[in-house]
Write a protein that binds this ligand. Structure first.
Ligand SMILES: *Cc1c(COP(=O)(O)O)cnc(C)c1O
Length: 370
C-alpha cells in the first residue's frame, strides 16, 4: 500500500492537533496531587440549572432513538430568542463543525480564506487540510487588523473569519469597525464573525452581528453553547446567516451530528440563562482582577480584554512553564501554537482555584528568578 501516493499533499503535510491526555495519566506523569484545568476556557459554574436538570433526568430509552436531524426544537427556540426565522440557524456538533461546513460550502482548490495569524486556529486548520490557502494577517496592537485583512483579499478569497472577541487576546471590533469592514469587503464573499465569547462582553459598542444581517446578507455568525453555557462536553454550537446562505451551507451538513442530549440541554440552557450569565460574568471579573494584580506584583506582562481568559508573558519558554505548573496541578494553555511563544493563556475560574494558581505562579517565578 503506497499511502503517500493515495493521500493529497495538503493532508500528508498537515500537523494534527494533539489533545491533552486524560487526568489520571497526567497526574501520574507529573506527580501532581490534583489537576485544575485552566486550558480550555470552560465555565466552572456548570450549565444553567434548567440544563443541569435536563441532563440529570435524561431518559435512557431516548439514547436508542435518533435525535432530530436538524435540531428542530432548538432552532425554534433560537428563532424566538433572536426574533428571526428558525431556518436561518444551522446547529452543529460544536461550532467547530460549522467552521468545516462553511469552508466546504464556499471554497474549492485554488481559493483562499483570510483571518488573523494569532487567533482560534481551527479556521486555518480546516482550510489547510482541505487544500485551501489560509491567508494570515498579523494582529495589530493584539487585535484583528481590518485594513491588513482587506489588503489580502483577492478574487479568490471566499471567506473572511473574524473572531470577536478574539481568542486568545480578548480584543474586539466595535459596531463601527465591523460595519466599515463589511462595507469595504462588499458582498462577493462571506464574512464570518465568531462570537464564541459574546455573552462575556458588556461594552455597549460591541456589535450584535445578527442584527447586521439585514444590511449585509453575506454575514455569518457563529455562536456556541460550550463557553458561557458550560455545555462543552455535549458539543453544540450554531451558525446564523441569511436564508440563502444557510440553505447552501446546509447541503454540506450531515444530519444527526448533534446528539439528543446536547439538543435538550442547549434548549433548557437558553430558557434559564439570565442569572447564570450574571454569575459567570461576576466570577470572571473577580478572577481577572486577582490574576492581573498578582501579575503586576510579579512584574509579568498580561494581555486580556473580554472573555474568560487572560494571557500572561512568562520569563521562560511557555512549554517549560507549562511543565512546572503541571507539577503543581495547574494546567494552562501554552501559546506557541497560537504564534505567541513565551506566553500562556489562563482560564478565569472560581476564586479558590485562582488563588491556588496565583500561589503556584508566585512559587515558580520565585524559583526561576533565583
Ligand atoms: C471554544 C471556541 C469555539 C468553539 O467551540 P465548540 O466547542 O466547537 O462550539 C469557537 N470559536 C472560538 C474562538 C472558541 O474559543
Amino acid at each position: 500500500m503506497n499511502l503517500d501516493a493515495m493521500v493529497p499533499n495538503y493532508v500528508r503535510c498537515f500537523q494534527n492537533y494533539v489533545p491533552s491526555r486524560p487526568d489520571h495519566l497526567l497526574l501520574q506523569e507529573y506527580g501532581a496531587p490534583l489537576l485544575h484545568r485552566l486550558n480550555n476556557n470552560e465555565n466552572p459554574l456548570g450549565p444553567p440549572p434548567a440544563a443541569a436538570r435536563a441532563i440529570a433526568s435524561f431518559p435512557p430509552e431516548l439514547a436508542a432513538i435518533y435525535p432530530s436531524g436538524d435540531s428542530y426544537d432548538l432552532r425554534e427556540a433560537l428563532g424566538r430568542r433572536f426574533d428571526i426565522s428558525p431556518d436561518r440557524f444551522l446547529v452543529g456538533n460544536g461550532s467547530c463543525e460549522v467552521i468545516s461546513l462553511i469552508i466546504k460550502a464556499f471554497c474549492q482548490a485554488g481559493e483562499n480564506i483570510v483571518t488573523a495569524d494569532k487567533t482560534f486556529a481551527v479556521y486555518e486548520w480546516v482550510a489547510k487540510f482541505s487544500g485551501i490557502e489560509a491567508r494570515l494577517v498579523p494582529l495589530r496592537d493584539y487585535a484583528f487588523d481590518p485594513q491588513g485583512m482587506l489588503e489580502r483579499v483577492d478574487c479568490r478569497t471566499k471567506v473572511l473569519f473574524v473572531c470577536n472577541p478574539n481568542n486568545p487576546t480578548g480584543s474586539y471590533w466595535t459596531q463601527q469597525i465591523l460595519t466599515d469592514f463589511l462595507e469595504k469587503v462588499g458582498d462577493d464573499r462571506i464574512v464570518v464573525v465568531d462570537e464564541a465569547y459574546r455573552e462575556f462582553v458588556e461594552d455597549e459598542l460591541y456589535p450584535d452581528a445578527i442584527r447586521l444581517m439585514e444590511r449585509f446578507p453575506n454575514l455569518v455568525v457563529f455562536r456556541t453553547f460550550s463557553k458561557m453555557y458550560a455545555l462543552a462536553g455535549l458539543r453544540s454550537g450554531y451558525l446564523v446567516g441569511s436564508d440563502a446562505v444557510v440553505d447552501l451551507v446546509r447541503r454540506t451538513s450531515v444530519a444527526y451530528s448533534v446528539n439528543v442530549q446536547a439538543q435538550q440541554a442547549a434548549l433548557a440552557a437558553l430558557s434559564d440563562d439570565v442569572e447564570h450569565i450574571a454569575a459567570t460574568i461576576a466570577l470572571v471579573k473577580q478572577g481577572k482582577a486577582l490574576l492581573r494584580g498578582v501579575c503586576n506584583e510579579l512584574e509579568l506582562e498580561t494581555i486580556g480584554g473580554e472573555g474568560n481568559y487572560l494571557m500572561i508573558r512568562t520569563p521562560i519558554n511557555d512549554m517549560l512553564m507549562y511543565r512546572r505548573l503541571m507539577k503543581r496541578g495547574m494546567m494552562v494553555r501554552t501559546m506557541t501554537g497560537f504564534r505567541f511563544p513565551g506566553w500562556i493563556r489562563v482560564t478565569l475560574r472560581e476564586m479558590a482555584v485562582m488563588e491556588s494558581f496565583a500561589e503556584a505562579l508566585r512559587e515558580e517565578i520565585k524559583v526561576i528568578r533565583k
